[in-house]
Write a protein that binds this ligand. Structure first.
Ligand code: GLN
Length: 469
């Protein structure tokens, strides 16, 4: 087995026993990146020097017997998360030369464990998209089939893990951006409970929806990373310490809900078949499965695509050509704003700013933004009611298989539809895990398990119980 094929757990064992060093591991991954990144383009930038130095430091810690489980683990970090001294572009021209002046809290926590940062991962510009085609610097390809998209917006993070160019990655999930690419690339992804992980140092997109989370090769590895990055942070007032998960876990005591509104026209028949057979496997292990209803599901995408652009339009106002990044100049202030934003932002970002500004404008606020927030409350109540009866909800992660590069690029509405199973989770703030359950041809199918607020431990336990995990 090659070093880059190992999981976190296996790598940690080898490091501890002295079978190989963190420097060996780091060099192996850097070699892999040299070989594959030109085709897959998972990384926007690679910090070879920094990574080698961090690996040496990790070896120092290991030799003193002070290593933690993430010591020396080579990672890919989505390019909207700040790593001090490295470029942080959010895959936008407007931040093309922006260098992070401080570490995001998640990075600080990983640095304390002496994890290794190989580089910054490609993404849809400002995390807006489901395919990574909206990156200003080029599209990432799906390692399972290079003619297809890796999903988005954390497509670079997912592709890096799927192609063994990183042992784990961090992504961000506002409406599915960790889970969709994880499902498309056949890796594990976790969207934590809103507030479980600090957002300090994450480029704000839609602040009431955004969460940072791990992408990894196994459920166990995702859990390891989550436990390191989560927790209350004084720099993010929405963050909290997760209450400790239940110590005992008995599959036979678990009740799972299958929302009837999720198996509708539009879902690929092969995906439905695989999801149903995965559910059957859980039933065979003693899990109780029952049909539930989430009656406002039909309105989730519409509410999301009002609330998300509204928050985005407010957050992106800071990129004005004066305070951050690229500036186009101009004959006066208004001209400078217009030129900078017109040239610095790509079409999807401009679309969201316009949609959001419209939805928030006086006269339309009540009809769009306020109404969408009311719908959000109804969707939240649907989930609360469901969780009175069940411990977790099983759904497909995506209604379709990874599509061909270019197939949906000119049709934003059909792109938005791909998020049908993921956006409610963000509107409600609950956690959700996706992991691969099957392959059809080369293409993976992901099962999404949605949990109660701070129910991550149940998700990990359920994920680990799946045959083969
Ligand atoms: N595809 C969704 C969007 O474009 C989700 C993005 C995300 O989670 N960052 O809004």
């Amino acid at each position: 087995m090659k070093l880059h094929e190992l999981t976190i757990k296996e790598t940690a064992q080898g490091l501890k026993s002295g079978e190989f060093s963190a420097l060996d591991v780091c060099k192996d991954y850097l070699g892999r990146i040299k070989e594959l990144n030109k085709d897959i383009f998972a990384y926007l930038s690679v910090d070879e020097k920094g990574a080698l130095k961090q690996a040496e430091e990790a070896d120092g810690l290991i030799s003193k017997g002070k290593a933690g489980i993430l010591t020396g683990m080579p990672s890919a970090i989505k390019d909207n998360i700040m790593v001090c001294g490295l470029k942080c572009t959010s895959a936008s021209k407007i931040l093309e030369n922006y260098v992070a002046p401080y570490d995001a809290t998640v990075i600080k926590k990983l640095k304390e464990k002496k994890a290794v940062f190989l580089g910054k991962a490609n993404m849809d510009e400002f995390a807006m998209g489901s395919s990574t085609e909206n990156s200003a610097f080029g599209v990432t390809k799906n390692p399972r089939d290079l003619s297809r998209v890796p999903g988005g917006s954390s497509g670079g993070s997912a592709a890096a893990v799927a192609s063994n160019m990183a042992v784990f990655a961090l992504g961000s999930d506002t409406g599915g951006s960790i889970r969709l690419p994880a499902a498309f690339c056949g890796v594990v992804g976790l969207k934590p409970t809103y507030g479980a992980v600090s957002r300090y140092g994450l480029t704000a997109f839609a602040s009431s929806l955004d969460q940072i989370g791990p992408l990894a090769k196994t459920v166990e590895d995702a859990k390891i990373v989550f436990e390191v990055i989560s927790g209350k942070d004084p720099m993010d007032s929405t963050s909290v310490d997760s209450p400790a998960g239940a110590k005992e876990f008995d599959l036979k005591k678990i009740k799972v809900g299958i929302p009837k509104e999720y198996f509708i026209k539009g879902i690929d028949a092969k995906i439905e078949e695989e999801i149903r057979s995965a559910i059957k496997k859980y039933e065979d292990m003693g899990v109780k499965v029952e049909e539930i209803s989430l009656p406002h599901t039909d309105y989730a995408l519409a509410a999301y695509y009002i609330i998300n652009p509204s928050e985005a339009s407010a957050n992106l106002a800071r990129f004005d050509g004066i305070r951050y990044g690229y500036s186009a100049g101009g004959k006066d202030l208004l001209d400078l704003y217009m030129e900078t934003k017109g040239k610095g932002f790509g079409p999807e970002v401009r679309r969201r700013i316009m949609l959001g500004t419209y939805a928030l404008s006086s006269g339309y606020y009540d009809a769009y933004y306020l109404r969408a927030q009311k719908v959000r409350t109804l969707i939240k109540k649907d989930f609360e009611k469901a969780f009175e009866k069940v411990d977790a909800i099983f759904t497909p992660t995506s209604p379709i298989f990874p599509f061909k590069i270019g197939e949906k690029a000119s049709d934003p509405l059909s792109m938005y539809l791909v998020d049908i199973y993921t956006v409610s989770v963000n509107l409600v703030g609950v956690p959700a895990l996706t992991f691969p359950i099957a392959k059809v041809g080369n293409l993976p199918v992901g099962l999404q398990i949605i949990g109660k607020p701070f129910g991550e431990s149940t998700l990990f336990n359920l994920g680990n119980a799946f045959p083969g995990n």
